[in-house]
Ligand binder design. Structure first.
Ligand code: FE
Length: 348
């Protein structure tokens, strides 16, 4: 065979393979997941779905705001099938902006409590909570006792001068907490509270929730606000430095005598323009299954939304508590006003 001829044959076979490639791709079932969940333990959660269904998960990760912005920019061309967000206010925002499509699923309606779901119409439900997390107070046991920090209100009081550590005010976890306070206290009292909180800060907001807990243990601050799972993660750790953090600190569930501790959710929705709608619904139903709920509980120390699935012992050991029952939609609606308050009181 001449060189020219063998080259021709090689080129022809490359072309043949190239022509087959799109076909092979079309046959492989893929689900495009836009996720704001940033927990490594979720890998196993997705792998199990693929193992059970043969559907590969193609994951795009960004924070909640980044995902919503991307969906808006992509419009009808968006490849997103499923959206996972870690904050109720952002889920509410996505619903308001028409980024989701309603889902009718007997499985989800049976397994996800009604108060943890998005808007309902004839066509179905906009989104479903899959796990919950409490926004709690961690304190230095050598400086304070639990009763010093048993309400969010106390964090803005004179006894907390120079003591408070908290991440950025405009982080979704905080926007939702402040949006919930606005629902309970009203806008003026909430702005005054925010002013008091800023005046009590031990340092300018920086880092994530775990950094705030560590700063309490190191003595930089006396109290901090954090999601419960970050503390449970440290409590489960066998590292001596993490053990020391847990030894030195206490945890309080605020507002047990009033409206209850603020609870946020991680939740899922089917994208407005999902091309793989059936697989997307299948994935949501999988997230509400006992085995997936166990991943939320054991992997990231969250509270499962399915009542029969128990939280991890490290989370349960932090104590049982009364959670607020404020409608999530109201918290979401308040966050735009909260952001303006943050600007006025200088909460970065
Ligand atoms: Fe988180």
């Amino acid at each position: 065979m001449s060189i020219a001829r063998s080259f021709f044959r090689l080129a022809a076979s490359v072309l043949a393979v190239a022509a087959l490639a799109p076909l092979a791709q079309a046959q492989e079932r893929v689900l495009n997941l836009y996720s704001a969940r940033h927990y490594q333990t979720d890998e196993a959660l997705y792998a199990d779905f693929t193992k059970a269904t043969g559907i590969r998960i193609n994951r795009v990760e960004a924070d909640d705001a980044g995902i919503l912005a991307r969906l808006r920019a992509e419009g009808t061309a968006s490849p997103a099938d499923v959206i996972l967000l870690v904050d109720a206010a952002r889920l509410w925002r996505g619903e308001q902006d028409g980024l989701f499509q309603p889902v009718k699923s007997a499985v989800l309606e049976q397994r996800v409590p009604a108060q943890l779901r998005g808007g309902v119409s004839e066509q179905g439900t906009q989104w479903f909570g899959m796990s919950t997390r409490a926004r709690v107070v961690v304190y230095d046991k050598s400086r304070f006792k639990a009763s010093d920090v048993d309400t969010y209100e106390k964090l803005a009081g004179p006894a907390m001068k120079g003591q408070v550590c908290i991440r950025s005010g405009s982080h979704p976890y905080n926007l939702s907490l402040f949006g919930s306070l606005m629902e309970h206290l009203g806008p003026q009292a909430t702005e005054n509270w925010l002013k008091g909180l800023v005046a009590n800060m031990a340092r300018a907001p920086k880092g994530g929730d775990t950094d705030q807990i560590r700063a309490v243990a190191s003595g930089e601050c006396g109290v901090a606000i954090t999601n419960s799972y970050y503390y449970a993660r440290l409590a489960r750790s066998t590292k001596p430095e993490d053990r020391a953090v847990v030894e030195k600190t206490g945890l309080a569930f605020p507002n047990q005598a009033s409206w209850g501790t603020h609870v946020n959710i991680s939740g899922a929705a089917v994208a407005r323009n999902a091309r793989n709608r059936d697989a997307a619904v299948q994935f949501l139903e999988y997230l509400a299954s006992d085995s997936a709920q166990r991943y939320f509980a054991d992997g990231n120390n969250e509270h499962p939304v399915v009542a029969s699935v128990k939280p991890h012992t490290a989370l349960a050991a932090l104590g049982s508590f009364k959670a607020e029952t404020v409608p999530i939609a109201k918290v979401g609606a308040n966050t735009a006003q909260v952001q303006q308050m943050l600007d006025r009181v200088g909460f970065k």
